[in-house]
Ligand binder design. Structure first.
Ligand code: EPU
Length: 418
């Protein structure tokens, strides 16, 4: 295992290019199962989760290659309908192949994904959704076994907005036998990217507000040109908060500013200077970070995936801030690690109270999940002296070459064996 060593307190200046979106790439790659064909994608982030998804596709019978952010998949020979425990346990998003396998082979056997460091994470909405559109599932020996009935399609209203739930239901219904209407769907840009890709290969999907109507088609079309994955808004937001930390000035390129409206508002509210142009944004740290109260909620509200990174900024504010976590109420494992640097944070139920301090000092910290790790990296970069972050495989799941990107803007950061 590797750890990150960071010498903090150095002003960071320069520009960083954002990679392709993890949470867009994963469902889109999974969707190549739907119809036998040859698929090409570019702007695919070179991260562990993408490599795990490609392993999963290879296990099912696809041929995959991945070079310089370009992925080629030949899904003609898919012949297995099972996602084994060893692959699913390393990445919850493996659950996304469930819907595609059901469409292609009328059956799927998926290892139950279970909980993870950010909370319980049930999949009851995927299950009830599949049931409503004609798939029967039994849970046995840690596996979910689903099969198609004669009629696939129907109506389903999600109890809460679920990103992968919405994506799975779309994937399971594009090749159905009758119309599917999904209500209270997740509005995340990553869901839109999946819809855009599926439409480009012939799916008939219409979105109106948070309703999605899928009119089934008998077949999908040959892909005409390579599909470009959208930029990662969470990576962009992570670097925007890095720009807010003392003495930093960072230009972030390849950004979809429209997808980050609520995040940009927080950056302005905490006092940072923001300069925007078409697809880039420069964030200059304020003299004093202002306090802020915020809640995480589904898109277009402030995302849970940036909660830890924003916290790393508020820790140094000139007042007391509050963050209420409404999406994953227990997603606060980073708090105990940030305290080691001198941060003052109290958590009561799903709300963190952050009492601003003047400085942080480096310490040894343990990464627990992907976004928590990013928050710890930001904190370590502004803490004086040396920090060590253990278990950074969490970080590598979702941030492409983050240490190299940070080195280029002046950070003293390197990897060694634990
Ligand atoms: N939920 C249920 N039942 C379900 C599904 C969801 O109760 O069947 C609840 C969850 O427990 C949570 C809320 O609904 O309280 C939203 O969960 P959602 O299903 O939207 O989460 P997800 O689809 O499993 C995706 C992202 C996460 C991101 C969340 C929320 C992918 C591959 N993952 O997860 O990304 O935090 O949406 O935006 O798209 C990350 O990138 O680090 C990450 C964790």
């Amino acid at each position: 295992m590797e750890k990150l060593i960071i010498e903090g307190g150095i002003p960071l200046r320069g520009s960083i290019k954002v990679s392709g979106s993890k949470n867009s790439a994963l469902p889109i790659l999974a969707s190549t199962i739907l119809w036998p064909g040859i698929y090409n994608f570019h702007n695919v982030p070179d991260i562990k989760d993408v490599r795990t998804m490609l392993e999963l596709l290879k296990f099912l019978g696809s041929e995959c290659s991945f070079k310089k952010n370009k992925v080629k998949i030949n899904s003609i020979k898919i012949n297995k309908h099972e996602a084994p425990y060893d692959l699913v346990k390393t990445m919850r998003a493996s659950v996304l192949i469930w819907g595609s396998l059901l469409s292609r082979l009328n059956k799927a056997k998926i290892s139950f994904p279970g909980g993870c460091a950010i909370g319980d994470r049930p999949i009851d909405q995927h299950l009830s959704g599949f049931q409503s559109i004609g798939y029967k599932t039994i849970v046995k020996s840690g596996y979910l076994k689903s099969i198609a009935t004669n009629e696939i399609g129907g109506d389903f209203k999600f109890k809460m907005k679920s990103v992968t739930g919405t994506e799975n239901l779309i994937l399971a219904s594009v090749l159905g036998t009758k119309k599917t209407i999904l209500k209270n769907c997740a509005l995340e840009p990553e869901v839109d990217d999946l819809i855009t890709f599926l439409k480009s290969i012939g799916a008939n999907i219409k979105k109106m507000g948070d309703s999605i109507t899928i009119s089934p088609v008998d077949s999908l079309k040959k892909q005409k040109k390579s599909y470009e994955i959208i930029p990662d808004r969470i990576e962009a937001g992570t670097f925007m908060y890095l720009g807010c930390l003392p003495q930093n000035k960072i230009t972030i390129k390849n950004v979809d500013l429209g997808a980050l409206k609520d995040v940009i508002k927080t950056v302005i509210k905490i006092g940072a200077k923001v300069e925007k142009s078409e697809n880039k944004i420069t964030v200059t740290a304020p003299k004093e970070i202002k306090k802020l109260n915020i809640e995480t909620n589904p898109y277009p509200s402030f995302p849970t995936d940036l909660q830890a990174q924003l916290m790393s900024v508020l820790v140094l504010s000139g007042g007391t801030s509050k963050i209420k976590e409404n999406v994953f109420p227990n997603r606060f494992i980073h708090v105990a690690e940030m305290r080691k640097l001198g941060a003052k944070i109290d958590v009561v139920k799903n709300t963190a109270k952050i009492i601003g301090v003047d400085t942080l000092a480096g310490a040894k910290m343990q990464a627990s999940d992907l976004r928590a790790s990013a928050g710890l990296v930001l904190s370590a970069l502004c803490a004086s002296g040396k920090s060590e972050i253990f278990r950074i495989y969490h970080l590598d799941r979702g941030y492409e070459a983050i240490d190299n990107k940070l080195k280029r803007i002046g950070a003293k950061i390197w990897r060694t064996k634990e």
